[in-house]
Design a protein. Structure first.
Length: 609
């Protein structure tokens, strides 16, 4: 049973529940205040008017009603005006709709908090490199193609003042993620490459920042490159109402080179100056409320989420509701993976302890007891389930255009599996933009993790495609998909996924080279040999493994490494090919971090029929 910590002086964000004696509907100084539609008899009682008079009035206005009939807002308003009452409908927010709470703190309870700064801009204009320069880290090296594909949150202390940075992806596919970043931010740093200029995603970033009503600081990056022209950038930005200070505007423009660490100090000083003018404050003495920045399923630790605390203090062992799930915080770590006990306003933390993986962008709130958190999460889950709608009609990608031409296609159903919830959100948003008068794309199911039998059966029943992003199916899953005639399409770059679907809809689907999986081998033992590296003792579980084959290393269905085989042996002899049910030794070129249970998948590129 949950125990309440008597030493916890934090106040709950949840308004006190109304008691039976507290009337939500009341008449005060000639104004009738109500919260929801009500029966005619109840309205008459509240107004102190005979129900017969109201029924007669409504009958004369063409409305046949009875004393027990529920009246809508328009009818209630009509009655109030007829009998001399002003009226106002009050919105009553229930506990499970905590996103809608309007939390008002007393001025004496507020303390200064760190600004939350979002880095925005066009793809490859240097946003993550700027974060690198600020943190002295190397984030870009770990990202596919050097392009951010998930949101990260980091905190930095500069001259005694903390600043929280959110790095948002820049590709068009991440419009929704950028929008979410702007909704939780205090200051936007708009990164524009001095040698490139204002691009489509630059404009989108400006619009998101303006919609959020936050100040914009422009970081004109790559000033060290040939062709850099900061003045041209400033001129282009003025077309979008971003006017530099030197031209009489309100936007600070800093000329920087994130790669060569030029102008970074001046940019940070500008951020501090703008944030001081905002006088940012929050109340640390209440239960935390905030937003999920990113979430994923970790093999060893279960559901994991990066939370940004926006008000209150999040503590170790707090009970939190996130989206439609809940849990007890079992561990909190900062961006340096250091365990922390509390997280104050504007602090990003990674937490474990949730029952399920939440969605990026979900709001979260902490509650005093497990029972309260569980009850609210269940109500939210039920409400969401009631809103969900299913689709029926679908088509495979290869015959998509012919069906469109025939006029027989209306919907394309997709089952989407990704490595993170942020990626799923971005892909769904981009696919929705491809809808037209003839075709509607429906993502009927979306979740993180590898493809399961359940996904195959769902796709089979609904005639859906399965799209996998940065994940791989096991040999068993691939075989089941083939049996059920379910098409699985796999991607590592979102550009490719969106462009292929777009081309298919437009009838430009091309049968080019595609990969063909030749087989899979399970790593059952490891031998470390100097000058050679790690030799994996493997058992070929399906197909065959060929010498010098292209391979990918799978761990729990996720891609850990892609490369090629450096050496393939049967016993001590080199082998050209090792078939199913046979053992072999495999050395992967330039990779030694193998583990028992890993799957080595061989594939080749072939012309598609």
């Amino acid at each position: 049973m949950a125990k309440f910590n008597k030493n916890d002086t934090r106040r709950s964000n949840v308004p006190n529940r109304q008691t039976k004696n507290d009337e939500l509907n009341k008449v005060s100084q000639g104004t009738f205040v109500y919260s929801k539609p009500m029966p005619l008899g109840e309205l008459a009682k509240q107004l102190g008017i005979s129900a017969t008079e109201i029924i007669k009035f409504l009958f004369m206005n063409g409305k046949m009603v009875t004393i027990n009939q529920t009246l809508d807002d328009d009818t209630i308003g009509l009655v109030c005006l007829e009998f001399g009452f002003d009226f106002r409908k009050e919105k009553v927010v229930s506990e499970e709709n905590f996103e809608e709470f309007d939390i008002v703190d007393k001025p004496e309870d507020l303390s200064p908090r760190a600004p939350v700064v979002t880095i925005m801009g066009h793809v490859d204009h240097g946003k993550t490199t700027l974060i690198d320069a600020i943190r002295s880290s190397h984030l870009v090296d770990s990202e596919v193609g050097g392009i951010s594909q998930a949101i990260g949150a980091y905190q930095k202390e500069i001259d005694g003042q903390k600043i929280t940075f959110i790095d948002t992806p820049g590709h068009e596919a991440f419009t929704e993620m950028r929008s979410r970043g702007a909704s939780v931010t205090d200051v936007v740093v708009l990164v524009v490459a001095a040698d490139d200029g204002v691009m489509p995603q630059t404009i989108e970033a400006i619009n998101h920042a303006k919609a959020a009503g936050v100040p914009i600081i422009v970081a004109i990056n790559k000033i060290d490159k040939d062709g850099a022209n900061p003045e041209r950038i400033k001129s282009e930005l003025m077309q979008y109402e971003i006017v530099p200070e030197e031209y009489g505007g309100e936007n600070i423009c800093c000329e920087i080179s994130a790669k060569k660490n030029i102008g970074i100090k001046e940019l940070l000083e500008a951020i501090i100056t703008v944030s001081e003018m905002l006088e940012l404050k929050a109340n640390p003495n209440r239960y935390a409320i905030g937003t999920v920045i990113e979430a994923n399923l970790d093999k060893g630790e279960g559901p994991k989420a990066t939370l940004l605390v926006q008000n209150g203090t999040l503590s170790f062992q707090d009970y939190v509701v996130v989206g439609t799930t809940y849990g007890k915080i079992r561990r909190m770590t900062n961006e340096h993976k250091k365990i922390v006990k509390t997280a104050s306003p504007s602090t990003p933390v990674s937490v474990i302890g949730l029952a399920e993986v939440p969605n990026a962008g979900d709001k979260f709130m902490a509650f005093p007891t497990e029972k309260q958190a569980k009850d609210i999460a269940e109500k939210r889950a039920l409400a969401k389930k009631e809103e969900e709608q299913a689709s029926n009609t679908a088509v495979t990608l290869e015959d998509l255009y012919s069906k469109i031409e025939e006029g027989s296609l209306q919907d394309i159903n997709i089952v989407l599996k990704t490595d993170t919830t942020g990626s799923a959100e971005a892909i769904k948003s981009s696919l929705a933009k491809l809808n037209n008068d003839q075709v509607k794309i429906n993502v009927i199911h979306s979740s993180t993790g590898s493809i399961t039998i359940s996904d195959i059966m769902l796709a089979s029943a609904s005639h859906a495609l399965i799209y996998g992003f940065n994940i791989r199916p096991s040999a068993q899953i691939a075989q089941k998909a083939e049996e059920e005639k379910v098409e699985i399409r796999l991607y590592r770059i979102i550009y490719d996924l969106i462009n292929e679907m777009n081309d298919a809809i437009k009838g430009m689907y091309k049968k080019e080279k595609v990969e063909k999986v030749t087989g899979q081998a399970e790593v059952r033992s490891l031998i470390h040999i100097s000058r050679i590296g790690t030799v994996a003792g493997c058992y070929v579980t399906s197909g065959s493994i060929k010498a010098a084959s292209l391979i990918r290393l799978l761990r729990d269905g996720l891609i850990v490494y892609e490369g090629k085989i450096a050496s393939l042996k049967r016993f001590k002899d080199d082998a050209k090919e090792v078939k199913e049910t046979f053992e072999c030794g495999i050395v992967i070129e330039n990779f030694n971090d193998l583990k028992e249970g890993d799957i080595i998948e061989g594939y080749e590129m072939v012309e598609k029929d």
